[in-house]
Design a protein. Structure first.
Ligand SMILES: [Zn+2]
Length: 332
């Protein structure tokens, strides 16, 4: 199967389909709702129902014209696309995130999008999809990245909140607007901790609720009413609160919290290295169990991870060569 790696995404010319095109195109698969994947006004958009919902929320107002033709694909469901069979499988990254299996002329290609193997706090659990060619991300594709399990992360989030509240301080969790933010709110609310949520995170809570995740007792964040509550805010607002002189104590929940310099970069006293991306060992397991003949590594530490795979006997390449960029700002 021909695969073209372009600055705006990955293109499969034989079936005229883009994978996560960031520029407007005729037809694209959208792996999940993060803004670096779900963007651009396309003619046709294929994704899971939750992903298409996030895509629509990000890009369209109710009276907008020219909405793409949407092709919702449930997990395990297949559609025919210009002679290929497209099937979605969970990727566990955020709610609705999916791997795409493309079966064409006897070849199986899997594009993971952003993925993790461990069970997420909210979302579907994934598994490797056997294939001939694997296109995989490598956000945390170095051995130094060892991330917490779901249970370990839950324990650390709840204990930090309770300790701060017992001390009369305001536990403030830095999460990302989509995915991590809702997961932290879910953990706190399920533990019965009063939780105030920044608007950039709260706007997506209804989609999680529609998919069976509940947030009992959450309330909108108001800067003048934070005592006695846990806060969940986006990184930019965490910096504001951290330097506000208020009695807030910051926790940073991210894969980047595994780095030695995370405390100085984030300004947080508590680092909780939990992510919606796979850590190094999970990536190796995904590769091993997908058992591809060839691997293309995209996003993150592409060149070093491809070399690590080559040293283990795999045919692997890093067609985008993006590892040079500092991706500390990327959602992780
Ligand atoms: Zn993502």
């Amino acid at each position: 199967m021909q695969v073209e790696f372009c600055p705006s995404g990955i293109y499969l010319p034989e079936i005229d389909l883009w994978l996560d095109s960031t520029d407007p195109c005729a037809a694209t698969w959208i792996s999940h709702g993060h803004s670096d994947h779900a963007r651009g006004c396309h003619g046709k958009a294929i994704g899971t129902p939750a992903t298409l919902r996030f895509y629509r929320m990000r890009l369209w107002k109710p009276d907008d014209q020219n909405e793409p033709q949407m092709f919702p694909l449930e997990f395990g469901e297949s559609i025919d696309w210009n002679g290929a069979a497209l099937t979605a499988y969970p990727a566990s990254h955020i709610l609705g995130a999916a791997q795409l299996l493309v079966e064409f002329r006897g070849e199986r290609l899997v594009y993971t999008g952003d993925i993790k193997l461990r069970q997420p706090l909210c979302g579907d659990t994934t598994g490797p999809v056997p294939c001939d060619r694997l296109i995989i991300e490598s956000t945390f594709g170095l051995p130094l990245y060892k991330l917490l399990s779901r249970e370990e992360a839950m324990g650390r989030i709840v204990s930090f909140a309770r300790t701060c509240l017992a001390d009369g301080a305001v536990p403030t969790f830095i999460g990302y607007a989509l995915g991590r933010g809702q997961e932290i709110v879910h953990v706190l609310c399920q533990a019965g901790i009063p939780t105030a949520v920044h608007g950039a995170i709260a706007r997506f809570l209804p989609v999680y609720e529609e998919n069976g995740y509940h947030f009992p007792g959450w309330e909108p964040y108001e800067s003048g009413a934070i005592a006695g509550k846990a806060l969940v805010v986006i990184p930019a607002h965490g910096n504001v609160l951290g330097s506000s002189g208020k009695n807030v104590r910051l926790a940073y929940v991210s894969g980047w919290a595994a780095l030695d310099n995370a405390r100085s970069r984030s300004g947080a006293e508590r680092l909780i290295p939990y992510s919606d991306h796979a850590d190094f060992d999970e990536l190796l397991t995904l590769v091993q169990q997908s058992a591809p003949k060839h691997i293309d590594v995209v996003h993150g530490y592409t060149v070093p991870f491809a070399k690590i795979l080559q040293s283990r006997g795999y045919s692997a390449a890093a067609p985008h060569r993006t590892s040079e960029r500092t991706n500390i700002e990327a959602e992780g």
